[in-house]
Design a protein around this ligand. Sequence first.
Ligand code: NAD
Length: 501
Amino acid sequence: MTTQDHSHWRRQADQLSLITRPFIDGDFVDSQGAETLTAYNPATGDMLAEVTACNAADIDRAVAAARRVFEAGSWSRCAPLARKTVLLRFAALIEAHAEELALIQTLEMGKPIADSLGFDLAETARCVAWYAEAIDKQYDEIAPTGEDVHATISREPLGVVAAVVPWNFPLMIAAWKFAPALAMGNSVVIKPAEASSLSILRLAELAREAGLPAGVFNVTPGHGAVAGQALGLHMEVDALTFTGSTATGKRFMRYSSDSNLKRVWLECGGKSPHLVFADCPDLDAAAQAAAAGIFTNQGEVCIAGSRLFVEEAIFDAFLPRLLEAARAMPAGDPLDPATCMGALVSAEHQAKVLDFIEQGLAEGMTLHQGGRSASPVEGGWYLEPTILEGDPAATPMREEIFGPVLGISRFSGEAEAIALANDSVYGLGAGLWTGDLGRAHRVAKRLRAGLVWVNCYADGDISVPFGGVKQSGFGRDKSLHALDKYADLKTTWVNLAYAPS
Ligand code: NAD
């Protein structure tokens, strides 16, 4: 929560100084090329900064630094307690600079300042602290082999981990990856999305201040097809953890097979179903959760509940509640602490979302709410919260829009609800509302999704895994399970019967 008012945030925004160069081997450096990325403020359409875009040679340099320090062992082989101390300091610095980081993130991608500070930054600091605290509580194993053998199963860091991340939660999603990777002893090279390099470059400065050795934490902004591809194809990157669209995720599988078979972890797109059964215990709460489930972060959320299925018997009672909840989330200036829906990340993205709405209308869907761009601030890329009703086969009900557009449809009975929910190439999140405990468990088991919410939507905690099935990807961020992605299991077999003659 922010206690500061709108004018405070506007003043702070005017005084910010932004870091625009890559962070490689402990320093902000110039690129070996001349390419830049233009960062815009989606709330106004104004340019924020020109950010240096890394080319393949810059990526080579970052990976070489990460490899050198990994081999030297100052981070990779130090006691977990020592890594914990540095990471806790890093988490404390993130907390201490949360307002500044939240502001940069809001300026670069348009999310409301209240969410940026109260959610993203809080979660980012908590994530780093959580893995710091976890790492000196992990034990290895001794296998039950018999008394002539001592066989240990130990976990070892992989080496260089690349993280390629999206713009919708620039710091939190990066932290879900770098925090467990660093805690395990790896070096990381983070490639932010084109639209959101500024907040993580400031974070890199805090990583250095916390005491992470040079080369352990690198941030290489750049174009996906250049810097992202160079990491994907790099022979010295041992693992690549990705969050972004399914189409780009598939590319990373190809990059891996065309290079060194680096392991790839993918968190990709979603089209998550949200089911409201006629025995829903609280229609108001369900309507509010359905609206928040799609309009939070302007709908630019991988787990957005973008397909809402409401049981026929309660549809007419539910719809007015839903519309009221949507009206309570109009697009507003992201720097106003009262705003719950900000600006879309770019003019191109706004146009793409409007196209989906047009297509839905052309396919016969009914517009209940919104459907147009909004302009709470001149020049910004806003959209009204939009609700379309229609056939589950209509394009806006099937394709990931990644904007504030909710598709709604009716169903009758449990079997149809499950069939509709599972009829998607994606399988990230799914929600259901019912007052029947048996149904809650029955349906939750049948839903093909990595995350299922019952009588709530999109709730979570760093202690539980996050990720999907089907074309939403594989591997899990968050929880202790994420540590396994950044470690190799080593078997060491010691023959105790051997006695030198
Ligand atoms: P994107 O796939 O366009 O970009 C993601 C990252 O990949 C960026 O850093 C980008 O520069 C890089 N990239 C793009 N093209 C590349 C290429 N050819 N080679 C290498 N790297 C490349 O996705 P986006 O638009 O930034 O983010 C939106 C998508 O992310 C949505 O599909 C959303 O569902 C997904 N997402 C998923 C999760 C999850 O946890 N499953 C979370 C957030 C976002």
